[in-house]
Design a protein around this ligand. Structure first.
Ligand SMILES: NC(=O)c1ccc[n+]([C@@H]2O[C@H](COP(=O)([O-])OP(=O)(O)OC[C@H]3O[C@@H](n4cnc5c(N)ncnc54)[C@H](O)[C@@H]3O)[C@@H](O)[C@H]2O)c1
Ligand SMILES: [Zn+2]
Length: 348
């Protein structure tokens, strides 16, 4: 709801969100996020609906640089100056070269341990009647390739095209997407534009349309797909645990997702290599590469404070095996005390 009210079909430029929130927190004396993994696992084991918000950091260990790591540039241009409809209409060849570079990187990349941990967690929890939904700002499809099924790609997908003439949207994993882009897209600042004629760029093949295709991603200045946003809102409203993984969370409206959940008193756990200005408003912060911290946090061999929790996390079999474990401990203690008593009797 909050997101929709803020959007109202207009462009929301990326704004540094964190600093104001940090100041407010400092003024109000609110506590810092915890890094207690045992406590987090207990919360996680009880959660029925988990929302996982991911950003470029989750794909960093798959070899896809975050915009920050790549200093926000491709050749000598800033990413936000290339990812716009204006840039595309001015120079479609350059913008296609940029996206061709990202497509080829993503096609060759493998899902990281973080992607796999999220997918494995979704599959495991769904067997227990619990849900996991991934809300990603990434366009690289690595969550799906890792096996995640419930993925909301709020910024679109590098492997879809949209026709500027007829509006047709198609999935496209061709490499290269067209002959003219083969070997192009080198990000080195010393490389010059390929200046590919517009008729040789990717074209629509729907019933002789032949319109120019564009990547089906959300560019700066464009609104998010309202169907996707409606689904996001439902997930955020229903979740009882939210993870924020590898995102600077400075691009609206995604920057509002975690604060919206936290405002309902729902725990937010952040996994990032460094604290953000707004990290202080999260319940937990696990600092480090998410390909290490996340599998550790979500792995099913978690700490089980009670038998009830154990049953929640590992299902019936685990509960049974733990019950047998408890019986084993109980009988071992009985045997021990029985033996001690016997020794005591013999000695007296
Ligand atoms: N793979 C992709 O699809 C891709 C790559 C780059 C940028 N983008 C786009 O850039 C925009 C900005 O998004 P953003 O906020 O996600 O990116 P960002 O580049 O602004 O921030 C990345 C965040 O990830 C953290 N990070 C980096 N490596 C990490 C690791 N190994 N483990 C944990 N955290 C790590 C950084 O500290 C930072 O907070 C989004 O629209 C996104 O779609 C997408
Ligand atoms: Zn078309």
């Amino acid at each position: 709801m909050i997101i929709r009210q803020l959007l109202r079909g207009v462009f929301l430029p990326p704004v540094e969100f964190g600093s104001r929130s940090a100041v407010l927190r400092a003024l109000s004396g609110m506590p810092h996020p915890k890094s207690d993994m045992t406590e987090f696992r207990e919360v996680f084991s009880k959660a029925k609906h988990v929302a996982i918000i991911t950003g470029a950091g989750v794909s960093a260990e798959s070899g896809l640089p975050t915009f920050r790591a790549a200093s926000g540039h491709w050749r000598k241009w800033k990413t936000q100056d290339l990812a716009t409809a204006q840039a595309f209409s001015r120079n479609p060849s350059r913008v296609w070269e940029f996206y061709h570079y990202w497509r080829e990187l993503a096609i060759r990349a493998e899902p990281s341990a973080a992607h796999r941990a999220i997918a494995e967690c979704e599959a495991r929890l769904s067997k227990q009647g619990r849900s996991v939904v991934i809300i990603t700002q990434n366009t690289d499809e690595l969550h799906r390739r890792a096996g995640s099924r419930h993925v909301l790609e709020i910024h679109g997908n590098l492997f879809r095209t949209r026709c500027l003439n007829c509006g047709d949207v198609e999935t496209n994993h061709q490499s290269p997407i067209c002959t003219a882009l083969k070997g192009k897209g080198d990000p080195d600042p010393s490389c010059s534009d390929a200046n590919i004629p517009v008729e040789d760029l990717p074209r629509c093949n729907q019933g002789g349309c032949d319109g120019l295709l564009r990547p089906d991603v959300i560019w700066f200045g464009e609104t998010l797909d309202s169907h996707v946003l409606t689904k996001v809102e439902k997930v955020l409203d229903a979740c009882d645990l939210c993870l924020l993984v590898g995102t600077a969370s400075v691009v609206f409206p995604a920057a509002l997702f975690a604060p919206q959940v936290a405002a309902r008193g729902v725990p937010v756990a952040e996994f990032n290599i460094r604290p953000r200005a707004a990290t202080s408003s999260s319940t937990y912060h696990f600092q480090g590469p998410c390909a290490t911290t996340l599998p550790n946090a979500l792995h099913q061999a978690a700490v089980y404070p009670t038998l009830g929790v154990l049953k929640d996390v590992r299902g019936r079999k685990a509960s049974q095996s733990s019950t047998s474990g408890c019986y084993f401990v109980f009988f071992s203690f009985s045997f021990f005390f029985h033996t001690c008593n016997k020794i005591n009797e013999l000695c007296t």
